[in-house]
Design a protein around this ligand. Structure first.
Ligand SMILES: [Zn+2]
Length: 320
C-alpha cells in the first residue's frame, strides 16, 4: 500500500496509448477476468469509498442493495491505490457514497474518470458527499492546500468515529436510496430509523462506560480523533504527526512527549494502519498507555458499524 497520494498509471515505457484508451483496455482485461456482471438481483448497486460507509449503507439498504467498499478496513483511507478493478466496481454502480472533505481526493477522481459512469459523477443524483450531511470540525480559517503538507484542507474528514454523525449520514443515505429506488422507499426510511434507534441505545451504554475518560487529555497519532473526542469529551492535546499526513520527526515527538508528561496524558491513541514503533516509545516515555483502535469497520468480514464502534470503546475502556 502506498503511503503517498497515488494516481494509478501503467509502468513508463510499457504503453504509449492515450490515457482514456489505457483505462478502457484495463477495464476490458478486468471484465475478462471477472466475467460478465452477475444478474442484477439487487435493486441498486452502491459503491462506497470506505468500509464504514459500506457498513452503514448495508444497514440502511434493507436487503435491497449490493454494497462494495473501495478501501479496505486496514488501509489508511487518505492513501488508496487507484487500481483499475476499483474503477470497474464504479462502472457498475448506481450510487457512490464518499466521505468527502478531500479524504479521497488523492485517488477517487482518477477512478471516477476511469469508470466512465455518468450516473455517479460529482453533483449527480447517484453521488453522495457524506461530509455535507454533518457539521465538520477543524475547518481551516485561511487557505490551506495539500501542497503545504496538510491533508485536511477542507476540515477534518474523520467524522465517522462519532456515532452521532454516523446517524446523520445513515439518514441521508436512506433518503437518497428511497429516491433512487422508489419501490423500496419505505423500507429504506424504516431501516435508517432502526439504525439510528439502535445506535442511540448502544451509545448511551458506551458513553456511561467511558464516562471516566471525560475531560481526560490524550495524544493522537494522526489528527483523526477530533470527532471521537467531541463525542466522548476527551481532550486531544497533541499529535505525533506534526501536520496531518506528515510523519512524526524525532524533534516533534520529543516535544509531544514533554507536553504529554506536563499534561499527565494517560492514553496515546492511534489507528491500526500507522506504525507503532515511534508511538510505543513515546507512550512509554510520557507514562501513557498505547491504544491501537481499528480505525474503520471490517466490512469485508461482515462487521457492522455498531460492532466496529463497540471494539473502539472496548479498546479505550480502562481502569485508571
Ligand atoms: Zn486524516
Amino acid at each position: 500500500m502506498s503511503r503517498f497520494p497515488s494516481r494509478w498509471s501503467p509502468p513508463r515505457g510499457h504503453c504509449r496509448l492515450p490515457g482514456a484508451l489505457r483505462w478502457l483496455l484495463a477495464l476490458a482485461v478486468a471484465w475478462s477476468l471477472t466475467g460478465a456482471p452477475d444478474a442484477a438481483h439487487a435493486a441498486l448497486r452502491v459503491v462506497t469509498t470506505t468500509p464504514d460507509l459500506a457498513a452503514i449503507t448495508q444497514a440502511v439498504g434493507a436487503g435491497r442493495v449490493e454494497v462494495t467498499a473501495l478501501a479496505a478496513a486496514t488501509q489508511d483511507p487518505h492513501f488508496v491505490d487507484a487500481r483499475p478493478n476499483l474503477a470497474l466496481a464504479l462502472a457498475k454502480a448506481g450510487l457512490l457514497v464518499e466521505v468527502g472533505a478531500d479524504l479521497e481526493v488523492g485517488w477517487l477522481p482518477t477512478l471516477l474518470t476511469g469508470s466512465r459512469n455518468g450516473t455517479i459523477q460529482r453533483g449527480a443524483r447517484g453521488w453522495i458527499d457524506a461530509s455535507t450531511l454533518v457539521a465538520l470540525l477543524e475547518i481551516p480559517a485561511g487557505k490551506v492546500d495539500r501542497a503545504m503538507g496538510d491533508i485536511h484542507p477542507q476540515g477534518n474528514p474523520h467524522f465517522l468515529l462519532d456515532p452521532r454523525r454516523a446517524e446523520r449520514v445513515a439518514v441521508g443515505i436512506g433518503k437518497r436510496l428511497a429516491e433512487l429506488d422508489p419501490a423500496g422507499h419505505q423500507a429504506y426510511l424504516d431501516a435508517a430509523k432502526r439504525f439510528v434507534a439502535d445506535l442511540r441505545t448502544a451509545r448511551t451504554g458506551w458513553e456511561s462506560r467511558l464516562a471516566t475518560l471525560r475531560g481526560k487529555p490524550i495524544v493522537g497519532y494522526h489528527r483523526s480523533l477530533a470527532y471521537l473526542a467531541d463525542w466522548l469529551g476527551l481532550v486531544v492535546v497533541e499529535h505525533l504527526e506534526p501536520k496531518p499526513g506528515i510523519p512524526p520527526s524525532p524533534r516533534h515527538v520529543a516535544d509531544v512527549v514533554n507536553v504529554g508528561k506536563a499534561r499527565q496524558v494517560g492514553l496515546l491513541v492511534q489507528e491500526s494502519w500507522y506504525p507503532t514503533t515511534t508511538s510505543s516509545v513515546a507512550a512509554t516515555n510520557m507514562g501513557a498507555r498505547l491504544v491501537v483502535i481499528p480505525g474503520m469497520t471490517n466490512f469485508a468480514r461482515g462487521q457492522s458499524y455498531h460492532d466496529f464502534l463497540a471494539t473502539v470503546v472496548a479498546r479505550l475502556e480502562t481502569e485508571r
